[in-house]
Design a protein around this ligand. Sequence first.
Ligand code: PHB
Length: 601
Amino acid sequence: MDGTGGTPSAALAEDPPEEAVGPLIRGLAVIRHLTLTGGRRVVSELVRETGLARSTVDRILGTLARLGYARLGEREVALAPPLMELGNAYLAASRIPALLGPIADRLAEELDESVSIAVPDRDGVRFVHQMPRRRTMSVTFHVGDLLPAESAAPGALFAAHWSPADWERWRARVAEDPGYASFPVLPDGTARGAGTFAARAERARADGWSVDDQQIEPGLIAVAVPVRDPDGRPLCALSVVSHTSRHTAGSLRDAVLGRMRETAAAMERALASPSGAPGGATAAGVDEAGGPAAGAPSATPSGASAETPADAPADPATGASAETAAGAAGQREPGAEDRATGPEYIESFARGLRVLTAFGARTEAVSLTELAELTGLPRATVRRALITLTHLGYVAAEGRLFRLTPRVLDLGFPCLARLTLSRIALSHLAWLSAQVNDSASMAVLAGDEIQYVARVPTVRIMSVDITVGTRFPAYATSMGRVLLAGLPREERDAILARTDLRPFTRRTITGRARLAAVLDRTARDGYALVDQELEDGLRSIAVPVRDRAGRVVAAVNVSSHAARRTAEQAREAVLPLLRRAAARIEHDYHIATRFARIPVA
Ligand code: PHB
């Protein structure tokens, strides 16, 4: 680490300008380091690796925890999904995923091959949209990933426009980092293409397309075409990715280049159309589902909302306790009024992050005045944050206006975009389980059954041991009823019609009409309580987890021994906590899925 959070690069080794904000530089370096090491680290190691003082690291982590951007355990820290607001701000402001993503997705479907969109990021290629299909290679790339320009198909297209200084920087990196250590998503040292890069960039300029013939990985081939801005410079590139089992590099190009060029032309039209123009109807703040975007106008990081689990453990799997996490986060739910106080909170760092997220509210370059309005911060504060962010390469100045750069995606995205819904849920389920002293779980619908995808057990109360992967009939379980109640009517009726409604206990509801009425009621109430219908002595209560479009994608529950509390007590004492846990899971999930594809498990 060079202390600025940079990849090994001569340009960043420069001393910061005098007015740069030191705590912001150090705070971003910690986020960047955590990202490079997979998003989770033992704090003492983080201290050693960054060369920062223990007290500095503690205050940085305390600030991140308060903002909901990290979770602190006893010894460990983990980056949390709300941190993706930073990358989301860049992606929203760039308009590329919103305008071009749907066009790329249609091409992927038509060709039945993976399609991606990448932007130039200094001497690298940064993915901003991915539509995976028929994946057969061992590496899969996610939104936010950075590949070396000489290896990925779009790199030669971008390098065709490089200045001598850009080539110089690239040569320095190749010399300094021959094993590609600064590209953590690459399988170790497998990338190649440096030797032929200059010649390929020359050819790409003449041909208007380029190819990756197994430079990233044996078997993987990709063809790329540029999507140009009105000045003819590549704004981004469209890639079609296939495998040597289906194509040679030549046959892939012959099969897809025509359609790719038509698609790139359609993308250029979309960028130029009135709705695509800066400030147009697709401005950030309205997401693809038409609703207000969850991570959008973040004058205040949404991590500061009341649903932020600052008191959730860093990682239940490694035993980080809820108590220590709560201690580090101030033992209370962070509210707007108490955010700016406390020994672990570094105001100037938090304000710098606020400036960064504020960019997401606009699709055009913004002025200092506008950023001051968006953040509610004094101009002098915004100015110094901008000086710092520009120095670090996260912001580019265009005269008196500023834009985020794709480098912002280095701040958490590559590791957080690899999360699953079940993984996101785990720390919230651990919090819930600790609150109610009972097991907490998440399940999804798998055919006519529910399947557990996450579970935080306490004592075993079922006759069978429930683990991740366990299945039960949906109709007789609380999570199943919530999931069935969330289905479109025809799907729900079809499942009920083909399910054999067997009684498991004397109480199991087996009448179809009665079950349908119970499901209607579940949909109305927003929860299901199932009292000893699956097994005597077992009572459970469940609520839905919805995606950004409001569809029920999972259910979470608390199950307890029937003797522990009455059904009425479960409704009164457990349901509010269960709902809070579900809201926290949704909060994280909605930020994470704004631009990234997050599978359930
Ligand atoms: C991808 O989208 O996964 C991809 C794109 C271009 C490459 C390799 C992989 O060269």
